[in-house]
Design a protein around this ligand. Structure first.
Ligand SMILES: Nc1ncnc2c1ncn2[C@@H]1O[C@H](COP(=O)(O)OP(=O)(O)OP(=O)(O)O)[C@@H](O)[C@H]1O
Ligand SMILES: [Mg+2]
Length: 310
């Protein structure tokens, strides 16, 4: 198991230069994103959320600092040239852009097929079938042969989500993917994202909707180009993950689990159990001692007698 973060952002600074002068949009951001996280990013307009996503997808270059992504292999994304980066991103990340970025001359179906055709992971017939399936998933398949200009903003957003899932990427990066949707459709998309996380994908998502934050595993608040707060929304799960990683570090060797001997069998004769990891700190829960009071209580429950009020 790879214990290093899936995405590592180290001291990333982004300065936009224009005629009006320089503007620092990110001021030395450090961030680790682990496999299987559903990470939310919130913050006011202009805080630097989209800029940060552009750094971790490699859509834009950092002025300084480093971004490492360890999906199938370890990649320092700003060391790739544009062609390598495009191919790597196509296979590794699905990106939902804030402004959708659908190609206007292609139908919705063709827009979703495009990443599959570019990366060559599916045959042309399979990519068409898969594109239709994805459009169905986001409930927009009836418009499959229309051009983007002839559907609404919310519908375009759903096509952008379908396109991001085209190559079945390990990582989904989504910039306000529910921003143009009504609450019912937004909820449907969020359910879909939760299922993707359950199936092992990692999602990084920007949102303005503070009502969504409890549904993330963790969320960050960005202000003025910096991470100013971090909240573990599903404390238990994040805590569990940490504990599991710590256990793997301290006791990584697999051993056969002892299995209880069946009646008439000695412990040695019993079939060996499945291969599991044994954690030395895991003590079996002690059985409660049988006390006189406990026994009385049990008897009372069995007989169904209620205690008389005093
Ligand atoms: N290409 C650019 N050139 C100059 N400044 C830019 C450029 N892109 C973004 N900025 C500035 O960088 C800052 C951060 O922009 P960014 O788009 O990351 O904000 P955001 O948090 O995504 O905002 P929103 O919620 O409105 O989408 C803003 O002040 C913005 O004006
Ligand atoms: Mg933005």
């Amino acid at each position: 198991m790879n214990l290093q973060p899936l995405i590592e952002i180290r001291n990333v600074v982004k300065v936009y230069s224009s005629e009006a002068g320089d503007f620092t949009a990110l001021r030395g951001v450090d961030l680790d994103i682990r496999r299987g996280e559903f990470l939310g990013i919130v913050g006011k307009s202009g805080a630097g959320k989209s800029t940060l996503l552009n750094m971790l997808t490699g859509v834009d270059h950092a002025t300084s600092g480093e971004v490492v992504v360890r999906a199938e292999k370890e990649v320092y994304i700003h060391r790739l040239d544009e062609d390598e980066l495009a191919l790597w991103r196509g296979q590794t990340m699905g990106v939902v852009y804030q402004s959708f970025q659908l190609l206007p001359m292609l139908t919705l179906l063709e827009n979703v097929m495009l990443p599959m055709d570019l990366c060559g992971l599916y045959s042309p017939r399979k990519s068409r079938e898969r594109a239709l399936e994805l459009l169905r998933l986001v409930e927009i398949d009836e418009h499959a042969n229309k051009l983007p200009a002839f559907i609404s903003g919310g519908q375009q957003q759903r096509v952008a989500i379908a396109r991001a899932l085209a190559n079945d990427p390990a990582i989904l990066v989504a910039d306000e993917p529910t921003g143009s949707l009504d609450s019912v459709t937004a909820d449907h998309i969020f359910d879909l994202f939760e299922k993707l996380v359950e199936s092992g994908k990692t999602i990084v998502m920007v949102t303005h909707d503070s009502g969504l934050t409890p549904r993330f595993s963790r969320h960050l608040v960005i202000a003025d180009g910096q991470i100013v707060a971090e909240h573990a929304d599903k404390l238990l799960e994040v805590g569990k993950l940490d504990a599991m990683e710590e256990r793997l570090r301290t006791f990584p060797e697999p051993v056969a689990a002892p299995q209880e001997a069946e009646d008439g069998e000695t412990a040695e004769e019993a079939e060996p159990g499945p291969i599991v990891r044994a954690w030395p700190q895991d003590k079996p829960e002690k059985k409660k001692k049988k006390t006189k009071e406990g026994k009385k209580e049990k008897k009372k429950k069995k007989s169904g007698k209620k205690e008389k009020p005093e």
